[in-house]
Write a protein that binds this ligand. Structure first.
Ligand code: BTN
Length: 322
């Protein structure tokens, strides 16, 4: 099936919001006969969509395949700018690397997403395990009119947006661990990698990489103590496209909030979702280990840690143990 026909069909079903769309209406939208509509409906079924057909009512989608390609993401996407342009690649080394290549030409809100990454990367050049069809591996390109020193705040904006998306769309209590991990029942389900293309005084693009463990049933042994997936913890699989859509919606909301009113609301939300704030933690930095109470974060995302002697330390980068 031609992708423009498929796009039109899926858009019509999306607008109908679960209701029936008549065969004639679909024929008019696509510009074909009703027999051809039937053939297109069969093609959608071949791709894993389930459609109900009722005489005199027409067709409606009852379930979508769990894919994260362009069409699945566009049906039901509630944003104005973010995720409207999707670059879907079935298998890629790293969506982050692809987004870097596309950033200069890309429009703001372009989302690069893959079913599998063969060389996904995390913070501090760590490897990011990204097996096929089970997770969300994506990189979003933003172009805020801001100086580069503001960029770290986008990691915090993203953490808030993603945490709320997981809570709402998957119904599980995700929490934030400073600086940019999202945990479920104490194990990591999501990592965020924020990177920049910038001049000395102006951001050209921010590339926000998000890796989320959604439907994996198992992890390699070296990860199984520290990482988990939403489906392992919840006991059922979760539609990935719905999660991506919720992330895009929240990110657009908090991005707009940030550009209009500044960082205040986002900082409050970040602190309320963070597991470490108010608790005694161990911060292992490159210069040594500090034990103390996590007081909160600054507007730049720096962690304030008060040691046993009452001295307050600014932690810029560390591994945190709770
Ligand atoms: C972390 O170290 O916690 C950050 C992990 C970020 C992984 C994502 S997956 C999509 C994007 N592409 C990559 O290669 N990395 C990021």
């Amino acid at each position: 099936m031609q992708s423009s026909v498929k796009h039109k069909l899926l858009e019509a079903f999306s607008k109908a919001d679960g209701d029936f769309v008549s065969g004639q209406a679909l024929a008019d939208i696509i510009g074909c006969s009703r027999t051809a509509v039937w053939k297109h409906i069969e093609s959608l079924r071949q791709e894993g969509f389930e459609l109900e057909a009722v005489r005199k009512k027409g067709y409606r989608i009852t379930s979508k395949p769990d894919k994260v390609s362009e069409n699945e993401l566009l049906i039901g996407l509630e944003t104005v700018r973010l995720g409207k342009k999707v670059v879907f690649i079935e298998s890629v080394e790293s969506t982050q690397k692809e987004a870097h290549k596309l950033a200069e030409e890309a429009e703001e809100g372009t989302l690069v997403i893959a079913e599998e990454q063969t060389a996904g990367r995390g913070r501090m050049t760590r490897e990011w395990h990204s097996p096929k069809y089970t997770g969300i591996w994506m990189s979003l390109i933003l172009k805020p009119n801001l100086p580069p020193y503001k960029a770290p705040q986008f990691t915090l904006i993203t953490a808030v947006a993603v945490t709320e998306a997981i809570r709402d769309a998957a119904g599980v209590m995700a929490e934030i661990k400073w600086p940019n991990d999202i945990l479920l029942n104490g194990k990591k389900i999501t990592g965020i990698l924020t990177e920049l293309q910038a001049d000395s005084d102006q951001i050209r693009s921010i590339i926000i990489g998000i890796g989320m463990n959604v439907n994996q049933r198992q992890f390699p042994e070296e990860l199984s103590n520290i990482a988990t997936s939403i489906s392992i913890e919840k006991g059922e699989t979760v539609p990935r496209a719905k999660l991506v859509q919720a992330i895009m919606k929240n990110l657009e909301l908090y991005y707009d909030e940030y550009m209009t009113n500044g960082f205040g609301l986002i900082k409050d939300k970040w602190e309320s979702y963070a597991i470490s704030i108010g608790r005694h933690i161990i911060a292992r930095t490159v210069t040594g280990t500090i034990r103390g109470k996590a007081l909160g974060i600054t507007d730049e995302g720096v962690l304030k840690l008060q040691d046993e002697n009452g001295m307050i330390h600014d932690i810029y980068s560390a591994d945190i143990e709770i």
